[in-house]
Design a protein around this ligand. Sequence first.
Ligand code: ARG
Length: 388
Amino acid sequence: MLVPGYRDHPTEPWDLNAPVDPGEAEDFLRRCYQENPRLGPVEPRLAVVRAQIAATGSYAHTTEELAHGARMAWRNASRCIGRLYWRSLMVLDRRRARTADQIYSLLVQHLQTADAGQLRPVISVFAPAQPGRPFARVWNEQLIRYAGYRTGTGRPLGDARQLGLTDAVRGFGWRGKGEAFDVLPLVIETPADGIRLYELPERAIREVPLTHPEFGWFAELGLRWHAVPAIANMRLTIGGVHYPLAPFNGWYMGTEIGARNLADADRYDMLPLVAARMGLDTSRESTLWRDRALVELNRAVLHSFEQAGVKMSDHHTESRRFIAHLRNEEKAGRPVPADWTWIVPPMSGGITPVFHRYYEELDLRPAFYLDDEAADLARGCPVVRRTR
Ligand code: ARG
């Protein structure tokens, strides 16, 4: 679907060897300078960028362009319900880092910056990919994730979503404690140092043990979750320039943990256990034991984060904020691309306002993309024939 004045980008393969598309660069720069009058006139800047692209196949963003471009990418993230605060994204320009050690220490700094008192949205932008040249990346899908171990019983221990990556890092020599919430090491791959594993220091990992406001036994389940969701393997693309390493974080909405990570049958699969401890009749679906256990699990998540003083929002509040975001953007004359299947919370959808409407589905840039290759690496499957 095309909105006047906006280029729609039908999903196309990312060609690592292609030079930057000057049209996309111009499109971004015009919008960036129009949205930020204090940056001055765009025409002289366009002339410089066109010349740089002609000479080198790429161009370098100014710090301001990078910052606004990253914020625009968040604004355009059609699966994200939390976009009301897109302007507040803190952008750390890490384009000079090259070695795995440098990158690692900046990733630790990222987590500490994100969690200094109140959680705040932060992105660290590392070097862009130069056409046809290898680049640094992190294999992990998030900076903090829990290992998943195969047990031979058919029921994995830990986060089953991480079975593949856990196998891979064990293949590289890592040994976890073999418990349900072992934080995985970071797998940092750079042209300079190859593949290296790094253990995050405790100071970079805040976790919240889960308790329930009424059920004393809940703590005995030994559940916990990390405070900061920090996506590490999506490519940020701004004005035709690709940043394959640009980890970003926000704060959690409770259902991400309570209605997905801990509830999904192919993740921690906790509903049967919670229902059993609640003494529910699980012999028939029509007792709604799953739904009742789900509500209590989600109450525990929200309650525990609140008690720990870690910022988190509930799905009712976040839905209302998203509606406010839609109104703001409409006033600004901008479309809000949104994917209903991701925006509607994974529980109680129909009693949140985001359920009761349709959204525009647009691929607007700047944007974040999850490349197939990045997704494979996060599953611990090194791609045999990498395009480089
Ligand atoms: N759903 C993912 C998780 O459970 C995190 C995705 C990003 N979420 C966020 N609130 N920024 O870890």
